[in-house]
Ligand binder design. Structure first.
Ligand SMILES: NC(=O)c1ccc[n+]([C@@H]2O[C@H](COP(=O)([O-])OP(=O)(O)OC[C@H]3O[C@@H](n4cnc5c(N)ncnc54)[C@H](OP(=O)(O)O)[C@@H]3O)[C@@H](O)[C@H]2O)c1
Length: 302
């Protein structure tokens, strides 16, 4: 067996061209950890920001050599540390959070806490499973911040995006009356999730969930004394007119992810993969995502 594996990193961030694929030593899982052979890693906006140096610029990355890319993964357990109940061969998906790390999911393998992973249900392929963790967990945790809707109105911006689409679905379960703000061509998708649709929103909503990261413009859409939940930690817009401003910070949660994967397998949550591409095409894929307009995730295959 090889003693090294391939992984995509940035040393000096500078956009897609600064991404390198390097060989690093295989790591044995410790107590409570599993090693996963990665089958797919979704490309998310946060990865583009990392490669562009946004988080380095904010002082949130302090790596001596290189920084790992990628938050989402799905794959197969190839080794387990002591006291881990997951057998080798288990199909799992998971989320690796945080900016300041020398490893990521854009890789052939990964060592993670077993409790951060969830079994992928039969009937859900690993490529689709790889598109689920970050954005469904962010959405579920965002909806926790919204609380119960009790029939109140919620505008979800970016409702055809990954986070937005999941929020549209999950917030209705908590009693919110949901309207999705998205591009005109996304109307069928948003209505298909059971929500109302608008291509342009005026003010007066009880709450706004800001999947499009409209920030201040999103706060302006909330009624006086309402609630805004954003998606950009560390860049929260200012509170105004008694509008409470909250922000979601997605965290790994294996138990919750298991529910979200089940909901994906059963069709209660949308499953959206735009394309599957080899890891070697990571730079071109980042450039494609940066253009916008992509629906569903690119999934890198190492
Ligand atoms: N805080 C956290 O824990 C966390 C976790 C996950 C993601 N995020 C953040 O959440 C945001 C969304 O991520 P994502 O993966 O869901 O991205 P995405 O799939 O690209 O979704 C964003 C959506 O917003 C749409 N949009 C942008 N401006 C709009 C406007 N003015 N009107 C209507 N629609 C608009 C985009 O449409 P077009 O493509 O046509 O522009 C796209 O459909 C990103 O900023 C990401 O960094 C945060």
């Amino acid at each position: 067996m090889s003693t090294t594996f391939r992984t995509a990193v940035v040393r000096t961030p500078g956009g897609p061209e600064s991404i390198e694929i390097i060989d690093v030593p295989v790591v044995e899982p410790g107590a409570g950890q599993v090693r996963v052979q990665i089958a797919g890693a979704a490309v998310n906006p946060v990865d583009l920001a990392l490669a562009a140096g946004v988080f380095h610029g904010l002082g949130l990355v302090d790596q001596p050599d290189h920084t790992g890319l990628g938050w989402d993964f799905a794959g197969t357990v190839t080794a387990a540390g002591p006291d881990v109940g997951l057998p080798v061969g288990s199909r799992v998906a998971g989320l690796v959070a945080g900016f300041d790390r020398d490893f990521g999911t854009y890789a052939e393998q990964l060592v993670v806490p077993a409790s951060d992973t969830a079994l992928v249900p039969e009937g859900l392929d690993l490529t689709t499973a790889a598109s689920v963790p970050l954005n469904s967990l962010a959405a579920a945790q965002l909806v926790d911040l919204l609380g119960d809707g009790a029939g109140r109105s919620l505008l979800v911006t970016g409702a055809a995006g990954a986070v937005g689409g999941y929020v549209v679905a999950l917030a209705q379960d908590r009693g919110w009356r949901v309207t999705g703000l998205a591009r005109a061509e996304d109307e069928d998708f948003v209505r298909g999730l059971g929500a109302d649709f608008t291509p342009q929103a005026g003010p007066g909503w009880d709450a706004v969930a800001d999947g499009a990261a409209l920030q201040e413009q999103g706060v302006a859409l909330v009624r006086d004394g309402g609630l805004f939940v954003g998606v950009q930690p560390g860049a929260e817009p200012a509170e105004e007119r008694g509008v409470a401003v909250r922000v979601v910070v997605a965290k790994p949660d294996g138990a919750r992810l298991a529910q979200l994967l089940d909901a994906t397998a059963s069709g209660r949550l949308p499953a959206r993969v735009h394309a599957v591409v080899p890891l070697d095409e990571v730079a071109a894929t980042h450039r494609a995502v940066a253009k916008g307009g992509v629906r569903g995730k690119y999934v890198l295959q190492p």
